[in-house]
Design a binder for this molecule. Structure first.
Ligand SMILES: *[C@@H]1O[C@H](CO)[C@@H](O)[C@H](O)[C@H]1NC(C)=O
Ligand SMILES: *[C@@H]1O[C@H](CO)[C@@H](O)[C@H](O)[C@H]1NC(C)=O
Ligand SMILES: [Zn+2]
Length: 321
């Protein structure tokens, strides 16, 4: 059974990298259904037939390339190591404290929001910026991508559906796979359509507007240098101004990605670490409490991604509120 053992190890390493393909694709498919005309047109022509003109199939790209030597530099961009204390019920994210290196999801979103607007870059470079945004706006919604403790839960052994894995992979992939098979026939588009219906007419309708209002969940104090916006429009205006500078300047600190990071990090102080040792996390009470949060986080990030691209290309969020 040596081959089986080797195969299983590889599969686990593959899973430990991000929301996982299913979660990322679903974020992309949700966003597709809320794009304004110019954003849609840019997405379709930039991604082309390689990605079936869709943010769904393009979303996992950033995970695929981080395994390659040429893109190894991008690995730290998939997370923010929040140095908070969830075991003591203290959750927080600070860009200064948790992204001191300047290489984390927050700076990556700023960087690729700037680059997608730089018409002097090549079509390939702007497509890369789009694929990174598609992916990182997904990653920032996964509570364990915004947590330093035990390497974002990678070092915590866990059991999912009878298989040994770790806490991080259980949130990225294990619980999603289990749920998508049970409820959506294994189809990411069926899952995405269900989330879109909830946003348009269902359980998420009343809260969706708050998902894209960043000022409500962040501190409203503005930075000394006036670099911190409070709406998606403010953030995009900062990156646009930055993109127009001819020389390389410091990336602007953005309010909305930080608010989204704080939003998902808050779950590290509620459900994420609240399991009983030895409990199977993909069945029973932990699973039943986690699934509604995973659904909401995926729906939020798809909706936020659409709003982000709509403001960049159409000048307004253009979303039902
Ligand atoms: C490509 O996109 C079209 C239109 O959205 C869709 O109907 C089709 O199923 C997609 N094909 C694949 C292989 O995903
Ligand atoms: C910004 O994007 C460029 C091109 O992909 C990359 O070389 C650089 O390291 C990025 N910086 C950050 C902070 O993401
Ligand atoms: Zn990732």
């Amino acid at each position: 059974m040596l081959t089986t053992a080797i195969f299983c190890t590889c599969a686990l390493i593959g899973q430990a990298v991000a929301w996982g393909e299913l979660g990322h694709e679903t974020v992309g498919y949700v966003a597709m259904q809320f794009l304004a005309p110019k954003a849609l047109s840019f997405v379709q022509s930039s991604l082309g037939s390689t990605y079936n003109e869709s943010l769904g199939p393009a979303a996992p790209w950033a995970d695929t390339v981080r395994e390659e030597t040429a893109y190894a530099w991008s690995a730290p961009l998939h997370f923010i190591d929040a140095e908070d204390d969830p075991m003591d019920d203290s959750c927080s994210v600070s860009q200064k404290r948790d992204c001191a290196s300047g290489f984390c999801t927050l700076t990556a979103i700023s960087n690729y929001t700037k680059r997608i607007q730089e018409t002097s870059l090549s079509a390939t470079q702007r497509q890369e910026a789009l694929k990174f945004l598609d992916h990182f706006i997904g990653d920032i919604g996964q509570p364990l991508h915004v947590e330093a403790l035990e390497t974002g839960g990678n070092d915590i052994t866990a059991t999912c559906a009878g298989k040994k894995t770790n806490l991080h992979a259980t949130w990225d992939t294990g619980m999603i796979t289990q749920n998508i098979d049970a409820l959506y026939g294994g189809s990411v588009t069926t899952w995405a359509n269900t989330l879109v219906t909830r946003i348009k007419t269902g359980a998420y309708k009343s809260e969706a507007a708050s998902w894209i209002s960043c000022s409500s969940i962040t501190s409203t104090k503005s930075s000394k240098r006036g670099l911190i916006g409070t709406t998606i429009e403010d953030d995009i205006a900062l990156t646009r101004k930055n993109a127009r500078r001819s020389t390389q300047v410091t990336l602007p600190e953005l309010a909305c990605p930080l608010a989204w990071a704080q939003d998902s990090n808050s779950f590290d102080c509620s459900i994420v670490f609240s399991y009983t040792t030895g409990e199977d996390l993909c069945t029973g009470s932990y699973f039943n409490a986690a699934i509604p949060i995973i659904d909401t986080q995926i729906a939020k990030q798809g909706y936020r991604l659409a709003a982000w691209l709509n403001v960049i290309f159409d000048g307004a969020t253009n979303l039902p509120s």
